[in-house]
Design a protein around this ligand. Structure first.
Ligand code: TRP
Ligand code: ZN
Length: 869
């Protein structure tokens, strides 16, 4: 029986470092079985210096070889599996000294994909958050910022390319077929931003001139066969560089900026200084192999990592509790960039709706569950578990609220002051807030509650119209349910954009600031009872409690001038009817019809307006979830829309063709999205009649968006032609790993279809497929996560078979890669929300995992919190 409690780290226990590092020299001889790392570090007193304190470095899975101080062998040290403590420092540590350490690591055995590892025969590193300690003994914390000079050595035949951060100083031939390259990064950085890449890679490159007139070299490095898929990433990088100059006055600060693609990667991408490392999924694209969504994701991830160069790298985090300082801000920046790239106002709105949909589908459940945490957490066991939708997406919403409150100009002033004060420093979320407040002479004290309190605030809306006084009164009450460790909440500072809509159209949009638990506003000279449009553009990440009549919702859905609120009214109508087990009534169908046939509306908006709220979002509206009931009600609702509007869908399918050579722009992508929704609706209405049209689209498509959409419609609706097309798809793209991931994911995420076997049987077969690899995260996710997290109606079976599969998968993955396993472990977070028999079976599954003696700290934390320990 394991009795020791998991170790927790607490924000308030932060202490500045006793020692700090100035110059770091690394000499790394790369060998998959035995990589020798020599470090030479200039050690100085840190902010928290106390004479006589030992220097405690961290190291993980390292073989210690030797230690010197000021050139002499040093014996006064102690090794534990996680630390190297060095005593008897020169003059009690008061004088600067030179530390030299030699250690060895084994990249080919490293399946965690943290630290130094091998992927397809090439070397890569991933150091955020705490991976550098798997490369060498170090002060592996973000508030220790040092300048690095790195020499890489390798066999030239195995590793012709040797990359690290910064600028290339020199390359050398060495004896026995070895060679070396020396890189220098002029900017001080924390260890988590260190990177090296070595192997058989090739690049495309471009030279650009930035705002100050400097020439910069941009490179995208990939395996040679992927070179033809790099153009879009390069274009996205160039667009990002220009955008950051224009919108924030921020320029690229290095002579060279590199992106490298790797197929084994735990997350999306990593912003290492001057050497961003990317999951191939977010670099490689061609119309034949990547969908419109892939193209858009690449653009936003390239931008995100590039933007980190200022928000994250030049100004970094004091400690990992401040993660949202860089992540929330950088997500906000990439969202704004992508919105601007859409090229039109309606395009911006489409991007906003997509971002909000993701937030509500993923982050609202997290914020109501056992892993709920403020965007700046106060406690964690394993920091890797806190790269969450809360820190990223809600973090971005919090940054967006500054802009809403201060205006774009005010926000820019705050950013300017933030960089003026903190360039080159490791700082906190409080520092960011202070810069925003000081630059705008605003008191933002109450706004801090967004950083310290978890949970989605609820705002209850009450309205009253007095026809004789021509007066409208609005009362708002805010509350927030308890979160783990936070029984009572203080009121938030909530910016709410509203507009009173009347037939005369005389009222303009206003910004209300809700700061009290309850607040009222009175509006005079309102000629008739208005329809309230509230939380326009999703100005705050809240849940509204508002019994707005269906007539008012229909009016908003038909014509609210704020596209987000218009979309939202439609979502609310659909949600209420689905949860009430109703079918769309004649009025709603008529509104859908008018919207679909409106020539003024953007096709992308129509597609979003006709896409129903996700099952996981519907779950959050229930007291006790019956997943099968929700699935059935939602499907019936959709089928009714499909059938009632069959003629319209057929017309839209024809009208939204995009003939001629493939064009990736947002408008064409929107047309494809609407056309493919129409195709899916037609198969929903009548698979026998329309399947041949899908087969035809599948066969004749010149791009992946259309080919995949057709295949997906056939699979999802259980058409008899599906299997033949699936087989064709596999053979056609057998050599393209990212497309094969799609092939796996499509089958694993197929919802239940009458007359077909349960998806779980397919998933179990897919797991035995020769192309399945559990240790490749993209492949594992395309089968296992796709089923457990993206296919709720198949996963939540009353016999618990889905949960049994989850138990097996979490344990199998945990032995290979704890980070990937811990993500999967989150799939049962919301077990308490479910009705029987689901709830008991989920709990039993969690207990089964908890009983395993060898769980990683990552999975242990997720499971422990789910069970309430
Ligand atoms: N900082 C990275 C980003 O914003 C994400 C990241 C954190 C990451 N930890 C990682 C990526 C571990 C890969 C592996 O995008
Ligand atoms: Zn990031």
């Amino acid at each position: 029986m394991k009795t020791d409690l998991p170790q927790s780290f607490r924000r308030l226990e932060y202490r500045p470092p006793v020692y700090t590092f100035d110059q770091v020299e690394l000499d790394i001889a790369l060998d998959p079985a035995r990589t020798i790392v020599k470090s030479r570090i200039d050690v100085l007193r840190g902010k928290g210096f106390v004479a006589g304190t030992p220097l405690v470095l961290v190291g993980q899975d390292l073989e210690f070889v030797s230690l010197r101080i000021n050139g002499d062998a040093h014996r006064h040290f102690e090794l534990t599996p996680e630390t190297l403590s060095i005593h008897s420092l020169p003059n009690e540590g008061k004088d600067p000294f030179v530390l030299e350490i030699i250690s060895i690591c084994v990249p080919e055995k490293n399946t965690t994909l943290m630290g130094l590892y091998v992927s397809n025969g090439n070397f890569f590193t991933q150091c955020e958050a705490e991976g550098f300690r798997k490369i060498t003994y170090f002060l592996d914390r973000p508030d220790v910022m040092a300048r690095y000079r790195v020499t890489l050595q390798a066999r030239e035949a195995q590793c012709p390319v040797l990359l690290s951060n910064g600028n290339l100083l020199k390359t050398e031939k060495l004896p026995n077929g070895w060679h070396s390259a020396t890189w220098e990064d002029p900017f001080p950085k924390p260890s988590y931003l260190f990177a090296l890449v070595a192997g058989k890679l090739e690049c495309i490159e471009e030279t650009i001139t930035t705002s100050s007139g400097a020439k910069k070299l941009l490179q995208i490095w990939v395996e040679p066969h992927d070179l033809k898929k790099t153009r879009h990433a390069m274009d996205s990088l160039i667009a990002s560089i220009h955008w950051d100059e224009k919108r924030f006055g921020l320029e690229l600060d290095l002579e060279r900026f590199m992106i490298v693609a790797v197929s084994d990667f735990n997350m999306g991408a990593m912003e290492n200084k001057g050497l961003n490392v990317f999951n191939t999924k977010f670099v490689l694209a061609q119309p034949e192999t990547a969908t419109d969504a892939d193209f858009a994701n690449i653009e936003s991830v390239v931008a995100h990592e590039y933007f980190h160069n200022w928000t994250g790298n030049r100004v970094t985090c004091q400690d990992w509790f401040q993660l949202s300082l860089k992540e929330g801000l950088t997500v906000f920046r990439d969202q704004e960039f992508s919105a601007d790239q859409m090229g039109s106002e309606s395009g911006r709105a489409v991007k906003r709706i997509e971002d909000v949909r993701l937030l509500r589908q993923m982050q609202f459940p997290e914020d109501a569950g056992p892993m709920a945490h403020p965007i700046r957490p106060d406690e964690y066991q394993e920091i890797n578990n806190f790269y969450t939708v809360t820190v990223y997406e809600k973090g971005s919403e919090v940054v967006r609220m500054y802009q809403t409150l201060l205006g774009r100009e005010g926000f820019r002033k705050g950013m300017d002051l933030y960089f003026k004060r903190h360039d080159g420093q490791a700082v906190t979320c409080d520092d960011f807030l202070a810069a925003m407040a000081d630059a705008n002479h605003r008191d933002l004290t109450q706004f801090k509650n967004w950083y310290s309190q978890a949970g989605t605030p609820r705002v209850k809306v009450q309205e009253h119209y007095d026809a004789t006084k021509k007066q409208y009164q609005l009362t708002l009450r805010q509350s927030c349910a308890p979160s783990p460790g936070q029984p009572d909440k203080k009121p938030f500072h909530i910016p709410l954009k509203i507009r009173l809509i009347t037939s005369g159209n005389e009222q303009v949009e206003k910004l209300l600031e809700l700061t009290e638990p309850e607040q009222s506003w009175t509006f005079d000279n309102i000629s008739e009872r208005p329809v309230l449009s509230i939380n326009r553009d999703f100005s705050a990440p809240i849940q509204l409690e508002f019994d707005q009549s269906e007539a008012d919702l229909l009016a908003l859905f038909s014509g609210d001038d704020d596209p987000f609120s218009r979309w939202e009214a439609g979502q609310k109508l659909a949600m209420q009817m689905i949860l009430g087990n109703r079918l769309p009534d004649a009025k709603l169908i008529e509104t859908y019809r008018n919207l679909l046939m409106d020539p003024q509306l953007d096709p992308a908006f129509k597609e979003l307006a006709l896409t129903l709220p996700a099952e996981t979002y519907l779950y959050e509206q229930c007291k006790s979830v019956d997943p099968q009931q929700i699935f059935t009600a939602r499907r019936a609702f959709r089928k009714e829309i499909a059938k009632q509007l069959q003629l319209e869908w057929a017309a839209l399918y024809q009208q939204n063709q995009t003939p001629g050579p493939f064009k990736p722009d947002a408008f064409s992508a929107g047309k494809r999205a609407l056309k493919n929704l129409a195709l899916s609706m037609l198969l929903e209405a009548d698979p026998k009649t329309w399947a041949p049209m899908a087969v035809n689209q599948y066969q004749t498509a010149d791009n992946m968006t259309d080919r995949y959409a057709a295949l997906s419609a056939l699979v999802i609706h259980g058409a008899k032609e599906a299997n033949e097309c699936l087989a064709d798809f596999f053979n056609r793209f057998a050599n393209d790993a990212l497309v094969i991931d799609k092939w796996f994911a499509l089958q694993s995420s197929r919802p239940p279809v009458e007359g077909l076997e349960l998806t779980l049987s397919d998933v179990k077969r897919l797991r035995e497929h020769p192309a399945f690899k559990l240790n490749n995260p993209n492949r594992a996710r395309s089968v296992i996560h796709a089923f457990c997290a993206n296919n709720p109606a198949s996963f939540h079976q009353p016999d618990g078979s889905g949960y049994a599969f989850w138990v097996e998968s979490v344990l199998a993955l945990d032995a290979i890669n704890p980070q990937v396993a811990a993500r999967l472990a989150r799939a049962l977070d919301r077990w308490r929300l479910f009705a029987e028999p689901y709830q008991s079976k989920m709990k039993a599954a969690l207990e089964q995992v908890a009983a395993c003696q060898t769980l990683s700290p990552d999975v242990r934390e997720v499971i422990g919190k789910a069970l309430g320990n």
